[in-house]
Design a protein around this ligand. Structure first.
Ligand SMILES: [Zn+2]
Length: 244
């Protein structure tokens, strides 16, 4: 069902011939655009044009890698399944809104139709044209609003079913994304803890080094004092001795 929806989306955006790209794109990993072009039997530019159109809607994403030898970039593409489903959902909602609007207008206004050309006229435009078709001149007849409303409701039911199916797929995708998110945040937490542990170790090592260093200098200063003081004393005492 998901593949069918994704094809529907790509057809909406880039046209029916582009839908084949859905079978080649992946939601989890990036695919080389040259491989896409080869498998689609299209040139790289034709392939990119399709991908750019889908990318404009934010429904595919890419990474690029520079070819060290040739110096150009190769793009790798991934389909954004959740966003794509949301896009399809929105376009379906818009269609349903339009149908609802049509149903309301059928319930309150008269419509006319030419039996020849099957062109429809609102009551106002039928009046302006004197109830004749402005294409063929035939007399227009009043449309059976009830049967039109019935048709619209049938269409609406079909869309509602599709909407439910899209919502199911969206739920599945959401759960997948949440799983990935928790996996990533756990990984990050682990890394953070490791970093904290490392910093802690570093700090305790530093303070240990400091302590050792201060002990050393304490020893040094005390030894230098003991060395200096007898000299001083001896100097002073020497002066004292001289004064005497
Ligand atoms: Zn006509």
């Amino acid at each position: 069902m998901l593949q069918k929806f994704l094809k529907e989306i790509v057809t909406l955006i880039a046209g029916k011939p582009a839908e084949e790209i859905v079978d080649l794109l992946d939601g989890n990993k990036y695919v080389n655009e040259f491989i896409l072009a080869k498998k689609l039997n299209l040139t790289i530019n034709q392939t990119r044009n399709i991908l750019y159109k889908i990318s404009d809607q934010g429904l595919v994403s890419f990474i690029r890698k520079k070819d060290k030898r040739k110096g150009w970039y190769t793009y790798f593409w991934k389909i954004e399944i959740f966003k794509s489903l949301e896009f399809l959902r929105n376009s379906l909602m818009k269609k349903m809104e339009q149908i609802n609007y049509q149903i309301k207008s059928r319930e309150t206004k008269e419509f006319y139709v030419c039996p020849n050309c099957n062109i429809e006229f609102s009551e106002e435009s039928a009046l302006i044209h004197n109830f004749t078709c402005n294409e063929c001149g035939n007399i227009v007849s009043r449309k059976d609003n009830m049967s039109t409303i019935k048709e619209y409701n049938k269409e609406l039911d079909k869309f509602k079913k599709e909407l439910d199916l899209i919502d199911e797929e969206l739920k599945i995708e959401k759960e997948k994304l949440e799983k990935i998110k928790t996996r990533e945040s756990k990984k990050e937490e682990k890394l953070n803890n490791k970093e904290k542990e490392r910093k802690k170790l570093e700090r305790s090592k530093k303070s240990a080094d400091k302590k050792a260093a201060s002990k050393k200098s304490a020893v040094k200063s005390s030894t230098s004092k003991t060395k200096k003081s007898p000299v001083k004393v001896s100097k002073k005492s020497a002066i004292k001795k001289k004064q005497k």
